[in-house]
Design a protein around this ligand. Sequence first.
Ligand code: KG4
Length: 364
Amino acid sequence: MKENTIQNNPEPLCQTESRKTTAPVYILGIESSCDDTSAAVLRDGILLSNVTASQAVHEAYGGVVPELASRAHQQNIVPVVDAALKQAGIEREQLSAIAFTRGPGLMGSLLVGVSFAKGLAASLGIPMIDVNHLHGHVLAHFIHAEGDDYESPEFPFLCLLVSGGNSQIILVKSYKEMEIIGQTIDDAAGEAIDKCSKVMGLGYPGGPIIDKLARQGNPEAYTFAKPNIAGYDYSFSGLKTSFLYNLRDWIKDDPDFIENHKCDLAASLEKTIVDILMKKLRLAAKDLKIRQVAVAGGVSANTGLRNAFHDYAKRYGWKVFIPRFSYTTDNAAMIAITGYYKFLDKDYCPMSAPAYSRVTEERL
Ligand code: KG4
């Protein structure tokens, strides 16, 4: 089922038809699904600004604390949007539409961005465009700033979306048509990395720390459990448990085991996760005879995973698409570009559209 759009909703939102045909299209994107408050501005699909305020407050807790995240979004949203408009060199009155992350994510965090977008759109009398955060990650491959030479994939392509909350293989048929052909049945890859890092007493988020340590370690030093499930689905809970139990045994014999072996542990953990991710992706690419393969989401910043993509490109003739670091983690540029393509189709959303925390069958 398609989400409500302005076409089938009586609420008057779009009063700017004449402005759109004569003036450039300026889209403001707003992202607040987790612990990053971000705003970006596009002119005719080209990125002018992308401003993000991250929340250090969660580091002390080893994970995102939802209540603290929504409070920080409240503090950050106005300055972040102001900064994005200022960097873009435009006034808010020039905006053509506001694209915002409607879900999935933490409800308290989403509500800040959604409510702000609604208030601003209503005050300016311009359309609102709801964006699925996961679509945003995939379409990060279509973000272009003036003069950049990043080559976007052609449809159809496969996208491995790996973040703290998702591990999915998506068949991307167009800007709007995406099919999840495989996904984790339990933990996400990023979640597994973060939890293993926590068990080792490293900081949060664990991904960048594990990545750094792994560069100095031996990836073959230890082996951890790999899942054996059918199709293109993933599972990371067994690996997490295997990591934990092995570590407990090793610490019994040597209380300083983690400190003495943290680089090898990180490298072996990273290798196991990358192997699991790439095996299913290769299977899907082979079965569907697709050679354009992209990666997206926070974990796509990982050096081992990026190297594996380049390696598979050589081995299997893939054309691979790896996003710039600034577009791997949550950012509003990806929301703005997704909103831009919906704007071209006049695919607006009504004021009554609520935030949603989870993706259901009909969403994505
Ligand atoms: O997409 P994202 O920023 O947030 C959501 O989950 O929505 O992804 C965050 C995840 C965290 O689990 C973090 O540890 C992981 O991405 N991550 C990494 C790296 N940078 C971030 N994982 C491995 N290596 C990295 N360099």
